[in-house]
Ligand binder design. Sequence first.
Ligand code: FES
Ligand SMILES: [Fe+2]
Length: 361
Amino acid sequence: MHYVVRNAWYVLAWSKEIGDTPFSRRVLDEPIVAYRKRNGELAALLDRCAHKLVPLSLGQVVDDTLQCGYHGLQFDGSGACVHVPGQDRIPPAARVRSFPVAERYGAAWIWMGDPERADPGLIHVIERYDTPGWAVLWGERQHHLTHYLNIVENLQDPAHTTYTHRSTIGNPASSEVAPVTEEADDHIVTYRWTLDAEPPPIDRASGAFEGLTDRCQYYRFFPPCVSRVDVVTMDAGQEHTEANMDRGRRAYSYKFLTPETDTSTHFFWMHVRNFGVGDADFEARLACEFSRTFQEDNVVTSAMQREQNVTGLRQTAWLNIDAGPARARRMIEKMAAAEAAEAAGAASPADAVSRRTVAAS
Ligand code: FES
Ligand SMILES: [Fe+2]
């Protein structure tokens, strides 16, 4: 795959998706099969039998092992073959690759790179998770038919919301406000405040605001695969302190992007908020609204991917609004180049970047 970082935790699935039957999903263009053992632990293996390459997900889970559905070889959670029907000797080559997995925040995270580096402490920390007065909404997994960097760019691009999301989160007042992009230690942020404006449809429908509002959006990207949009809508005219923002409608909108192939991505979303807590009907409406919103992005970025495939191009004109998306993309490209350089034993990551730039020009 192009432009992917392997040494990172990606969401493989929501925890509830994986039970005691084989679960298959393609990640970074590799077939993965996962299952849950009797003690509740997860295991993830390459979904390819070491005998004749049959996907192990076509078999079944037997005594905490995966039994191939062709000739019955059994592999344990480490990928070692523990049983060959009809013979005692287990050939040394009868082993499949296993992947580190960890569960946190209701998700199963997988590490596709060097297993030695798979420290669960590196899993992204979710803001206000398990905090009294805040609710967590787990969205469905969406399948977006576009390279994940197109989504990374989309999520770092406030300018599209007015047009792509007219019926959901779009706000015409925002389109005239130029976003600002800054780089922090571990992420990039593009933000803007829209002051003294009508609230967008999603906030107007809540009935929480009678007059004009101040609204901010901070689009944060934590490479390589976590996006968080911090949104606050508050009555206009107040100071923008943390305490006042907490008194408004405040939410952290997470997306976890897991590359599937060069032209498709698993798109998981999660929403953490301080309003409508405990209101199941409201939450159901919110889930529908977000689902529609992100499918609106899918329509645009999938269509864009089809044109990119046809033309071999990504973009033909550059605007001021491209600053944030371009920086996010460059962060990934640099990380991917550094990994490739390390793997190839190059002198330095910078060396690999410059060699690739020369090769591409
Ligand atoms: S292909 Fe799996 S046991 Fe033969
Ligand atoms: Fe969008």
